[in-house]
Design a protein around this ligand. Structure first.
Ligand code: DGI
Ligand code: FE
Ligand code: FE
Length: 189
């Protein structure tokens, strides 16, 4: 599918609020990609598809995880994590996306991973700071995003981790690895 066809399919799948969020993530991801040297075309596409399956029924996502060999540890953590790897699967199956960099940026947009690529980082950070986001501390992360991609994203993960701990929710190990590797890199700068 071309970009216009994917736009139509994603828009149709999402409630208006989530579509507006998606447009915000696209704009922010392209801008971050230009600042930090990722491919803006790939950032735009990954952002467009990043939440495509967000509203699939939990059972449908569980089935994909079980049948398509996705990490089974996902099933022991919050189901909010599932739409990212399942979304990468759907982007390939339904939209014919073969580019592994784009698929990875979708796959890891929620959890992060160790040694994230610049494209992974810009999509993940854009998801935290797109103009529609409004959580305590988001403006500090927006400011930080002008200076350091790694520091801003580490701050984003810190916010999520503190939230998960406060709710006594499990933490997906990749998020810890992502945060630690960002801190390792940004402390050298
Ligand atoms: O899909 P969005 O709402 O745009 O944002 P997202 O894909 O970053 O999903 C974030 C949700 O996932 C957020 O409410 C926290 C939840 N979550 C649950 N467990 C974990 C987690 N997020 C991360 N990074 N790591 C977890 O272990
Ligand atoms: Fe998401
Ligand atoms: Fe999102």
């Amino acid at each position: 599918m071309n970009r216009d066809q994917i736009m139509k399919a994603v828009k149709q799948e999402l409630p208006n609020k989530r579509w507006v969020h998606t447009l915000g993530v696209m704009k922010t991801a392209v801008s971050l990609a230009k600042t930090y040297g990722a491919d803006p075309v790939k950032a735009d596409l990954a952002a467009l598809m990043h939440d495509y399956v967000k509203y699939w029924p939990m059972d449908k996502m569980r089935q994909v995880i079980l049948e398509q060999g996705l990490p089974q540890e996902l099933l022991d953590c919050d189901w909010e994590l599932w739409h990212a790897p399942v979304g990468a699967y759907a982007a390939k199956q339904e939209f014919g996306i073969e580019d592994e960099e784009i698929l990875d940026a979708i796959r890891y947009h929620t959890s992060g991973r160790e040694n994230m690529t610049t494209l992974d980082k810009v999509v993940c950070l854009a998801d935290y700071i797109e103009p529609g986001r409004d959580f305590p501390g988001v403006n500090d992360i927006r400011k930080l995003a002008k200076r350091s991609l790694d520091k801003a994203l580490a701050e984003g993960f810190d916010t999520t981790l503190l939230y998960l701990i406060s709710k006594h929710k499990p933490i997906f190990p990749l998020t810890l690895l992502a945060r630690n590797s960002l801190i390792k890199f940004s402390s050298k700068m």
